[in-house]
Structures are given as structure tokens and as C-alpha cells.
Design a protein around this ligand. Structure first.
Ligand code: NCD
Length: 304
């Protein structure tokens, strides 16, 4: 039985096959309407979510399956003190596959060690978010027709941004990828990310203080919001909140085919005027996320 806890659980070939399947589904969704007939997916969301939960649910419905679950830890037995491992054992009795988001790093891994059905990590604390990474890679592939040979800038909260961590960890397996990190002080990429992925794979990586100076170089700009809910006393949210805001003005020096990405939700880090720019790809990411999750459900349920 296969789970998806970390994006590195998938080989590059497996990721590419998922993207190919997702594109096939996107082009001809009617062929997939009954693939998961009589299958049930459980969504266990111990943390807020809009896109991830609803795209998983839409994905399962569009495959003809059903969905059970909860979107608020307070309405589950976690509120009574039930452990993640017990919850995983229980939900295994009711579902064929489960999707879990949890504020504690490692909780989906614990669930997978106790579940009798495949488990998908839908985000664990400030650690990982592998299905957002699949979404991001599909979007890069559709926009750039390649998954290598580019310069990508990551801007915003690189310390707590789990989508950034997952995407960087897998991009370090790709050829000729240059990474530029742009973050407020105290919100830098964690040192384990630098040593375990970037340095280990000899990836070209620089840090920049501002967006403007690196803008002309970028093929992809990956914006993120500050992860306010993960701030501890050590970081002062208000003082950092307006550090980097992408405006149309800042895009003047950008490449014509720059791909602007954001996992969403956006707070204030991209001004809404940018949305109409053809280089804005963040709402395309949202749609791709549904198709790649359909492909992932089929793979983990071993349905052709
Ligand atoms: C992200 C997350 O939950 O990590 N959202 C998402 O799933 N698309 C990003 C965020 O919350 O900032």
C-alpha cells in the first residue's frame, strides 16, 4: 500500500506520470466519471482549508466516489483527546483512502503507520504539503513545457511555508534549477532545508534582499503569505507583514513569460491589479490542483 506523506515518496517518473494523467483527465473528464464508483474518501482536516479540502472532495466526486469527513477538529473526537493513531485506525474502517491535514508536523506520517488504507498528507504544520507541490509542478509544466532549466524565486515566509519546503525539496532533484530566496529577516528558509536539499544536491542558490533586483532573472516567481498562525513570540507579525508586496510596477522589469505562482490564500502580498496580467498563474494552479488530485487518488487506489 502506498501513501503520500512527503513529495520525495514519489520518484520523478511517478510525478511525471501523475502530471500526464492529470492532463489527460483535464482534457477528457467524462472518461473518469465512474472510476471510483463505490469508493469512499475521508477528509480529516484538523486545520483550516479551502482549496486543498474542497479540491480533494471535488476530485473524488468527479471520479464518481463519495466523501466523508470533518473540516474542524473541534467537531471530531480529537476534541475529546483521541490520538491521531486511534483516529487513523477508526477511519480505516469507514473509508478506502484518507486525506489528513494537521497542525503538528509528522501527524500524517503517524496516521499512515496506523491506517489500513492509503493516507495522503494535506499539510502538516510548517513542514510539508506534497499535493500542493504536485499542483505547482503541473502548473510549471503546463506553462513552461519543462520541469528543468529555470530560475525560480521564492518570496515571503520561507520559514513556515510548507508549500515552499515541499517544492524546494523536489526541485533539488531537477537539472539546472537556480533558486533565489527572498524573505524577511527571521523568516528565512530553515537550515535543514539548505543542508539536506540545496547544498547536498549542489543547487545554485542565492539570497536577495528585494524583489526588484532579481526580477529580470526570474522564470518563475513563487509568492507566499506570512504564516501568521505559526508565529511564535520571537517573530513580530505586524512589523514583517508588508515586507514584500508584488505590484504591477515591480513587474515592469520581469520577463514576458514569467510565471507568477502562489499556493493561496493571498492576503496582501500580491496586489489584485496583478491578477489581470497574463503572467499571473495562481488561479490556474487552483484548477490544476483538482486534476492532479484526481490522478493521485487513482494511483493510490490502484485504479487504471
Ligand atoms: C497553503 C497551506 O495550507 O500551506 N494553502 C494551500 O493549501 N493552498 C498555503 C498557505 O496557507 O499559505
Amino acid at each position: 500500500m502506498k501513501n503520500l506523506i512527503d513529495i520525495l515518496d514519489l520518484s520523478l517518473d511517478e510525478i511525471f506520470n501523475l502530471i500526464e494523467t492529470a492532463i489527460k483527465i483535464k482534457n477528457d473528464p467524462s472518461r473518469y466519471l465512474e472510476k471510483c464508483k463505490y469508493k469512499k474518501m475521508a477528509t480529516l482536516f484538523f486545520e483550516p482549508s479551502t482549496r486543498t479540502r474542497l479540491s480533494f472532495e471535488a476530485a473524488m466526486y468527479e471520479l464518481g466516489g463519495n466523501v466523508i469527513g470533518f473540516s474542524d477538529a473541534q467537531s471530531s473526537s480529537a476534541a475529546k483527546g483521541e490520538s491521531v493513531s486511534d483516529t487513523a485506525k477508526v477511519i480505516s474502517c469507514y473509508s478506502d483512502i484518507m486525506v489528513i491535514r494537521h497542525p503538528k508536523e509528522g501527524a500524517p506520517l503517524v496516521a499512515s503507520m496506523n491506517a489500513a488504507v492509503p493516507v495522503i498528507n494535506a499539510g502538516d504544520g510548517g513542514h510539508n504539503h506534497p499535493t500542493q507541490t504536485l499542483t505547482d509542478l503541473m502548473t510549471v509544466y503546463l506553462e513552461k513545457k519543462r520541469l528543468n532549466n529555470f530560475t525560480i524565486g521564492f518570496c515571503g515566509d520561507l520559514k513556515f511555508g510548507r508549500t515552499v519546503h515541499s517544492l524546494i525539496s523536489t526541485l533539488c532533484r531537477h537539472k539546472n534549477v537556480k533558486i533565489i530566496l527572498i524573505s524577511p529577516e527571521n523568516l528565512n528558509l530553515p537550515s535543514y532545508m539548505i543542508s539536506n536539499y540545496i547544498n547536498k544536491n549542489h543547487i545554485e542558490c542565492i539570497e536577495a534582499n528585494d524583489l526588484e533586483s532579481v526580477m529580470p532573472e526570474l522564470d518563475i516567481l513563487y509568492m507566499t503569505r506570512l504564516q501568521k498562525e505559526r508565529f511564535t513570540g520571537a517573530q513580530d507579525f505586524e512589523s514583517l507583514n508588508n515586507s514584500y508586496i508584488l505590484t504591477l510596477n515591480k513587474l515592469k522589469s520581469a520577463k514576458k513569460d514569467l510565471c507568477i505562482m502562489h499556493p493561496l490564500p493571498r492576503v496582501n502580498e500580491i496586489e489584485t491589479a496583478v491578477d489581470a496580467d497574463p503572467r499571473a498563474c495562481y488561479f490556474k494552479q487552483v484548477l490544476n490542483g483538482k486534476y492532479i488530485r484526481m490522478a493521485l487518488i487513482l494511483k493510490l487506489l490502484e485504479i487504471e
